[in-house]
Design a protein around this ligand. Structure first.
Ligand code: MLZ
Length: 265
């Protein structure tokens, strides 16, 4: 029987609490994702945020879209929630008096952009306006507390949503630490970031929540754990406010390689 990650058990094991829903800039009920692969839309270029470009839906996962900018390569795909303010129906830019721009790294000669745009939009399947959902309002003030658990996008592997813990809070920012990865993927972000979600988000959207990493800290209690194997032995009990310093593990670089019993991604 394959071991399934379960938040209720994990919160008990780690003696921690989930960050409350109202801390997040996410809707209480995740928006429905009606988009289909191949549909086109307008998207802000993540690498050049003043540009609005044409994007194609390459995939859908939970409440998110995997997007690729038309005229760009396949190495710079990005993921956006269906209620992200970075995406809009085709025609929105023009309606606002703006002009669609070639993506950063446009693979053709810049002079061929107008014709490329024309050809790209001709006969394209455009995502209907009703598929785009209104972005939830910003929560104020920052109500995250150190030790609270959440689900967060791994920014180095942005298709992944993983169990995480608030490691620090400063003003409007929070430090997101990934459970079981000893710091390799941690980042600071604003408390109203769209990259962080309440516990249970993935199970509501149908997205696959990654299990915590296997970098178990070797502490005094590990001897006791070894003599009576339990779930606790297989997971890092990361809880920043009480965890002891973690000794470096030999033979494995932090966050690299395949954790035992887990498929590499
Ligand atoms: N398989 C990759 C991804 C790790 C993802 C961690 N997410 C917090 C690795 O081991 O580097």
């Amino acid at each position: 029987k394959s071991e399934q990650f379960n938040w209720d058990d994990y919160l008990k094991e780690t003696e921690s609490v989930a960050a409350p829903l109202h801390c997040f800039r996410q809707s209480r009920i995740p928006p429905t994702n009606d988009f289909k692969v191949g549909m086109k839309l307008e998207a802000r270029d993540p690498r050049n945020v003043t540009s609005v470009c044409i994007a194609t839906v390459i995939g859908t996962t939970g409440a998110r879209l995997r997007l690729r900018l038309d005229g760009s390569d396949n190495k710079n795909d990005f993921w956006r929630l269906v209620d992200s303010s970075d995406i809009q129906p085709i025609g929105t830019c023009e309606k606002k008096g703006g002009m669609l721009q070639p993506p950063l790294g446009f693979q053709m000669n810049a002079s061929s952009w107008p014709m490329f745009l024309l050809r790209t939009l001709n006969g394209a399947e455009m995502a209907p306006a009703a598929f785009f959902k209104k972005e939830p309002p910003k929560p104020v003030p920052n109500c995250f507390k150190v030790g609270m658990k959440l689900e967060a996008i791994d920014r180095k592997n942005p298709y992944l949503i993983c169990p995480a813990t608030i490691g620090d809070v400063k003003g409007d920012e929070v430090f997101v630490t990934f459970d079981g990865w000893r710091g390799a993927f941690d980042y600071w972000c604003r408390c109203d970031s769209r990259d962080i979600f309440p516990v249970g988000w993935c199970s509501l959207t149908g997205d696959a929540l990654q299990p915590p990493g296997n970098n178990v800290s070797i502490t005094k209690s590990s001897a006791k754990i070894q003599s009576s194997p339990s779930k606790v032995t297989r997971r890092s009990m990361q809880s920043p406010q009480k965890s002891a310093p973690v000794p470096a593990q030999r033979g494995r670089k932090p966050g690299r390689g395949k954790p035992p019993g887990q498929s590499a991604v």
